[in-house]
Design a protein around this ligand. Structure first.
Ligand SMILES: [Ca+2]
Ligand SMILES: [Ca+2]
Ligand SMILES: [Ca+2]
Ligand SMILES: [Ca+2]
Length: 346
């Protein structure tokens, strides 16, 4: 992490620009790898982002604007936005130089997706970005690998400002490089504009996992209805008596359903430990997202062995419960003796 805050300038030289542009232009056509419900034709995709700098003591920024036209009628009778997510892929050897801003076709409604990550003045020195900005995504995290920003991330400014506005028209992405010396290119970008939102539910499709021999449990997350042509990010939280990384193998706290895919599974792989914690449990609770919540909670139970499946922990004798039972016996015996002696005395 801290290595990302290295002092400028970045070791990459002007040679980088030439090789980057050559590689960029030789690659497959823009957006060929991006699928969504509205296949958009953009301008200035695969284009160098002008570098910022200082001229006669005055700082200036370089700005690349790229547009995408969303045709009318792509969602039938639905003409208003119910959700906006932004996918961007760019090469840049100092991502901290960058600001990304998405502008609605009305020209006045806009939201900042990324604002000089790492803060002023130098920002983070990590390279490249391949991410989807989604209000429901996790806060921005920086990786020491390339791309330094990836996956689904929350934009700086909420994209909910677009909700209810017309879908169709020419959208603009502004890519601003505010500092001189490091530079890059916009590879491609697209918008996820679902026509309608689905319902998302979770179920424990294999509710019983076993520690020995190891048998996984399984959750299944399903979307029904809505626009399945767009990817769907579903975050969730964990609870229950089982500990991730100790009682079962940890997994990311989200799934992303690719376009056209309606289900995702999460395996609960038990880890063998010396504890007799039979019947420990893992509950998954779905978080809010670009959907209506159906069944939001499900649980998987982890058992010591197949023959113990379904037995509660209390039904199994343990050293501590055995000790308590003996103590109860002693107390009962002592009580009985007391009553007996009183009777004798009486
Ligand atoms: Ca969203
Ligand atoms: Ca720069
Ligand atoms: Ca355990
Ligand atoms: Ca165990």
């Amino acid at each position: 992490m801290t290595s990302l805050l290295a002092p400028r300038p970045h070791p990459r030289t002007a040679l980088f620009a030439a090789t980057l542009v050559a590689a960029t232009l030789a690659a497959s056509p823009a957006q060929a790898q991006l699928a969504n419900c509205t296949v958009l034709a953009g301008t200035n995709c695969r284009e160098v982002i002008p570098d910022g700098g200082i001229l006669q003591g005055v700082s200036f920024s370089g700005t690349l604007t790229s547009t995408l036209t969303v045709p009318a009628g792509t969602c039938g009778a639905v003409t208003s936005l119910v959700d906006v997510n932004l996918q961007v892929r760019l090469k840049h050897n100092w991502v901290g130089d960058l600001r990304l801003r998405l502008v609605h076709p009305n020209g006045t409604t806009a939201a900042i997706a990324l604002q000089n990550p790492g803060g002023a003045p130098a920002g983070i020195s990590g390279e490249d970005l391949d991410a989807t900005f989604n209000d429901e995504g996790p806060s921005l995290s920086i990786s020491s690998t390339i791309p330094t920003i990836s996956g689904t991330v929350k934009p700086v400014g909420s994209f909910s400002v677009f909700d209810g506005l017309p879908r169709a028209g020419t959208w603009t992405l502004e890519v601003v490089d505010s500092r001189g010396g490091n530079y890059g290119a916009l590879e491609d970008w697209t918008l996820e504009l679902p026509c309608t939102l689905p319902t998302v539910s979770i179920a424990a499709t294999v509710p019983n996992a076993v520690e020995q021999p190891v048998t996984s449990g399984q959750f299944t997350i399903t979307r029904t209805g809505g626009d399945t042509a767009v990817p769907l990010f579903v975050p969730f939280t964990l609870s229950g008596s089982a500990t991730p990384g100790a009682d079962f193998t940890s997994f990311p706290l989200f799934v992303t359903l690719p376009p056209g895919v309606t289900t995702a599974t999460i395996d609960v792989l038990p880890l063998v430990d010396a504890d007799f914690d039979n019947g420990e449990n893992v509950f998954v609770t779905l978080g809010a997202g670009d959907y209506t919540l159906g069944n939001a909670v499900a649980g998987v139970f982890i058992w010591e062995s197949p023959d113990l499946v379904g037995q509660s922990e209390r039904a199994i004798p343990t050293s501590s419960s055995l000790g308590l039972a003996l103590l109860a016996l002693v107390v009962a015996a002592a009580g009985a003796g007391l009553i007996a002696s009183r009777r004798l005395l009486g």
